[in-house]
Ligand binder design. Sequence first.
Ligand code: CAA
Length: 263
Amino acid sequence: MTAMTFETLKVDVAERVAEITIVRPKALNALNRQVVAELEAALEKLRALPALACVILTGQGEKAFIAGADIAEMSGMAPSAALEFARAGHRVLGLLESFPVPVLAAVNGFALGGGCEVALACDVVYASDNAKFGQPEVKLGLIPGFGGCVRLPRKIGLGAAAEWIFTGEIYNAVAAKEVGLVREVVPQAELLPKVRGIAKLIAMRAPLAVRAAKKAMVAGLSTNPEAAATIEQLSFGQMFNSKDAREGTKAFLDKRDPQFTGD
Ligand code: CAA
């Protein structure tokens, strides 16, 4: 078990799964500059753990995942500081998106603005039945600043994303599932057990294969279909250098469970 110390985050690593919890419940886990900086630092530390298999990201309490960027902090920002804040947000969400192992969002309440954008940068989003999603920035005279205009249309399609961003409306978990943002909606008490179960499954699979599959999907989404196909083919070929590919295929033929080592 590894623990890292931050003021606005709780980070625990156990059985090859890291759990990051945003801890600012009085501000509904809103993202101020400190949270963004600590999240970046935590991710940089976690990505250096060679045995890590999966990351879970959630918010403390039963009310909010992340209620957005911190409005109190933003209200006094000069344009140059706001640009720097958006750059920092993009950097940390880019880290999440390209993180070497899968990142699962356990959305336990409000995921608004920057909170919705954090969920969008995760590989899979699970939501509690009280979760609420939206990009309400236009209600504040702003636009999404942590990648909402980039990732929301790609995730839910331009039509749905345009409605979300132009109206600033809030959508419940079922509506977010309908547009493909959320994978599954479960009762609040079942959310973390559900997501931990998925993380455990991922941790049982061949580590190099899971990492390569994520890399191929993320790289593939940002390029054209032909280049994406080439990335997959090269990566598939590379898998055959791994001991785990030998072990996985042999174990199938021997009718036994594979013993993966990550080599
Ligand atoms: N920033 C700072 N503080 C926030 C916050 C935020 N995004 N969201 C909530 N809080 C604070 C409230 O100010 C309040 O603090 P006090 O108790 O000190 O007054 C506390 O958290 C509890 O919130 P509410 O009393 O408002 O709780 P509620 O249940 O009545 O409403 C809510 C919940 C609907 C989520 C409401 O808090 C809300 O609308 N929050 C703002 C959501 C929002 O607009 N997010 C987008 C921010 S902009 C952005 O994210 C830009 C970007 O893309 C980077």
